[in-house]
Design a protein around this ligand. Structure first.
Ligand code: AMP
Ligand code: MG
Length: 591
């Protein structure tokens, strides 16, 4: 375990510095615990508190526990104070332990200093003090001096001192497991509007995957874990945008026809012209070639005549024409792509152009899919019309794959609570999130909701939305479970609307809202207020949105017929042909 200390006289700003460092370093993805050395008069609870009464009565150790935290108090009863190494041995493993106030122990530490405390800066010649953090400028220090408020600089220093680098960071939120009530919507809400349900997911979910380093060539679809800083400018040097002839603009004479002698040689991409082009002369130059010294303007080869050793063209050329400036696209040191961005093919081009060959990305989210229901059988396996071919599993697995996650086929489980419990147990071991379909309502055979209720983490979300029955959300052994409706149309729409952005957050992306377009409707439709509706839709040859002939929720063929969804807002609406409606193409849902 790595340790680093913060010391300083009373009121020197130790605790404030500790607080800022803990926040900064945990935000960077490292797990941090702290040790605080307190005065002998300090106590952990107050006289009269139940735990203090246990201690007073003679208990050797008191383990105090509440819903929010627990603490083990051990009575020294006159024995020597524990040494730091013994105390540290009691902590669970973490990346870094920050220790406040242990002056004597010889661990590396930073000393906080405030001018107003008027104490000598370093009390003893303590060479375990490796830096100072001061609120005034200090001259002549042999060790680094930081501004007391330079949290970022001090955190960089501490991490570098203990040998922790960014690529070792682990997920922040995984260290802070999802709370059992993370899906709990405020009480008293009956039918929850879609936006409210989404806002709840957005606030309560966090990343649950680690960080790894990958070559850019293997990073397609991965989520960037850090901002990417340009290692060099694009373009790195001024160059020609066309094939033509380069020269210094100042040598041109007014607007008349120009005749410039050509120098011997040429400038091509990868083979620069190394000499200087004399004022009043021109050089043959090809696209991408660095502008030689003495060249700031290029004339297109189609606009010139080359006769013998001269190039002739009309004079109306602009200064700097057909050239690209160094860094006109991206400058070295600029943040080119931000953390949380999902890498697409053009992003790989940009990273490569900026000299970045490997990136730190989040690990791939493992998405488990289970189908439930006694009636389900593998497609084509029986002619029995009482059975239903399992349509949801291939759909949800392939959605996960399209979203860039690792699909984990967890199979099909009948309506049997014990078997379903076993399946969830096994899944929680190998998945970061579980999508189930079927059994999510409150009927006799709705074992998914019953089990999640049993685990204490069930929340039935009655979303004011069509299609969609209740969604059963919960945590199974700390793993979020999305209990989607069994009906394939409802399962699909609920997966696009809720599971997609939720999985995005779990995988480290920013919140994803599907981008829709206002298009004119080719249909008529009335809806009442009180719920949002998603209609299977596509854009017809006239550029208008048409909707599937039936809104029946069993009509899976409508999902295939469609290329997207028309979203009708929560309020009442009477759509007439020609009215604008919001069309969200499947592509906007990452399909
Ligand atoms: P449930 O939510 O379990 O009551 O299921 C609602 C409807 O969806 C029932 O008609 C089920 O047979 C059907 N269903 C459930 N799961 C699937 C599945 N994986 N594939 C196709 N239909 C399903
Ligand atoms: Mg069922």
């Amino acid at each position: 375990m790595k340790i680093f200390g913060v010391t300083g006289w009373k009121n020197a700003g130790k605790t404030g510095l500790m607080e800022r460092l803990v926040r900064e370093i945990t935000t960077r993805g490292f797990s941090v615990s702290t040790v605080k050395h307190a005065h002998h008069s300090f106590d952990v609870d107050h006289p009269g508190k139940d735990s203090a009464r246990h201690r007073d009565a003679g208990a050797r150790e008191v383990l105090l526990s509440s819903r929010n935290r627990w603490a083990l108090m051990s009575e020294l009863r006159g024995e020597d104070e524990e040494v730091l190494s013994d105390l540290l041995a009691r902590l669970s493993p973490v990346d870094l332990v920050l220790i406040e106030g242990y002056k004597r122990d010889r661990h590396p530490k930073i000393e906080a200093h405030r001018a107003i405390t008027k104490h000598p800066l370093i009390s003893v010649e303590d060479d375990s003090i490796v830096a100072l953090a001061s609120d005034v400028a200090l001259a002549e220090s042999v060790i680094p001096v930081f501004d007391l408020d330079d949290t970022v600089g001090i955190a960089d220093f501490v991490l570098q001192q203990v040998g922790l680098s960014v690529s070792q960071a682990k997920p922040t939120k995984a260290e802070m497991p999802l709370k059992n009530d993370c899906f709990a919507l405020p009480p008293g809400v009956d039918w929850t509007p879609v936006d409210k349900a989404l806002a709840h997911l957005r606030e309560n979910l966090g990343r649950c995957v680690g960080i790894e380093t990958r070559p850019v060539s293997e990073s397609l679809g991965k989520v960037l874990a850090e901002d990417q800083i340009a290692r060099r400018s694009n373009p790195p040097a001024p160059n020609s945008a066309v094939d033509g002839y380069g020269f210094a603009y100042t040598a041109l004479l007014g607007k008349q026809s120009q005749k410039l002698p050509l120098v011997d040689g040429r400038a091509a991409a990868g083979s620069p012209y190394s000499a200087e082009v004399p004022l009043g002369q021109a050089v043959r130059i090809l696209t991408g070639a660095i502008l030689p010294k003495g060249v700031d303007t290029v004339v297109l080869q189609e606009d010139v005549t080359v006769t013998g050793l001269n190039v002739t063209f009309e004079g109306s050329v602009k200064a700097g024409a057909n050239t690209r400036k160094a860094g006109e696209d991206v400058k070295q040191g600029d943040a080119a792509i931000g953390a949380g961005h999902v890498l697409r093919p053009p992003d790989l081009a940009l990273l490569s152009a900026l000299g970045i060959d490997s990136v730190s990305v989040f690990g791939v989210l493992r998405v488990g899919v289970i189908s439930t229901g006694d009636e389900l059988v593998p497609p084509g396996s029986t002619a029995d019309v009482a059975s239903t071919y399992d349509a949801n599993r291939p759909m949800l697995l392939s959605l996960a794959e399209r979203w860039g996650y690792q699909p984990v086929d967890l199979g099909h489980v009948g309506d049997n609570r014990a078997l379903l419990r076993d399946a969830l147990d096994a899944s929680a071991q190998k998945c970061d999130v579980i999508l189930t379909s079927g059994g999510a309502s409150a009927g006799d055979e709705d074992h998914m909701s019953a089990l999640l209720k049993e685990a204490g983490g069930l929340q039935m979300w009655r979303i004011a939305m069509k299609p969609g029955r209740p969604l059963a959300l919960g945590l199974w052994r700390g793993v979020p479970v999305f209990g989607l409706p069994g009906n394939p149309v409802a399962a699909f729409v609920c997966a696009l609307i809720f599971a997609r952005p939720a999985c995005g957050v779990l995988s480290g992306t920013a919140w994803q809202n599907p981008v829709g377009f206002e298009v004119s409707a080719s249909f008529e439709k009335r809806k009442k207020a009180g719920r949002r509706e998603y209609l299977r839709a596509r854009i017809n040859d006239h550029g208008k949105a048409e909707v599937f002939a039936s809104e029946g929720s069993g009509r899976i063929s409508g999902l295939t017929w469609a290329d997207g969804l028309v979203e009708l807002e929560d309020g009442a609406r009477h759509v007439k042909p020609g009215d604008l409606v919001r069309f969200i193409p499947y592509g906007a849902f990452g399909l």
